[in-house]
Design a protein around this ligand. Structure first.
Ligand code: CO
Length: 140
């Protein structure tokens, strides 16, 4: 486990939320459509990520209906997500994703179940430019 990579904030309306956060942070986010999660994600350079649902059946829609807007997840960067997931599975930590799935910007991510972390949804993230394979330019 390395550093906190970002904190995800669930919002119902991305434009309304951006009106607040662009001003508050004095930054402009990179906005990306994450098809696997059916969300739009706006990532600010400082590490705040706004997540808005694309559709009513998005996991974020369910979160918003239940808990309203607010902090949704904390993401920790890891060197080797496969090794970390194997380690956690060995310790019977409850995982939402038993293996890594594609994340923003070519990263690989996996969520732990909030029940495993005192009610906090924890995301592990292995960024695309990790050098664990010891080579470059062969992935995309
Ligand atoms: Co995130």
């Amino acid at each position: 486990m390395k550093n906190i990579n970002h904190v995800g904030v669930a919002v119902a309306d991305l434009e309304a939320a951006r009106a607040i956060w662009d001003e508050l942070l004095g930054q402009t986010p990179d906005v990306e459509h994450v098809a696997t999660q059916r969300v739009f994600a706006a990532m600010y350079p400082c590490g705040i990520e706004l997540i808005a649902p694309e559709t009513d059946d998005s996991p974020i829609s369910k979160f918003l209906a239940k808990r309203g807007s607010g902090i949704h997840h904390v993401t920790i960067e890891v060197d080797d997500i496969d090794a970390q997931l194997a380690r956690l599975a060995n310790r019977d930590v409850r995982l939402i994703n038993k293996s890594a799935v594609p994340g923003v910007g070519g990263s690989r991510v996996a969520f732990l179940h909030p029940a495993a972390a005192g009610g906090v949804l924890v995301e592990l993230k292995e960024t695309a430019k990790q050098d664990k394979h010891g080579e470059s330019g062969s992935d995309e």
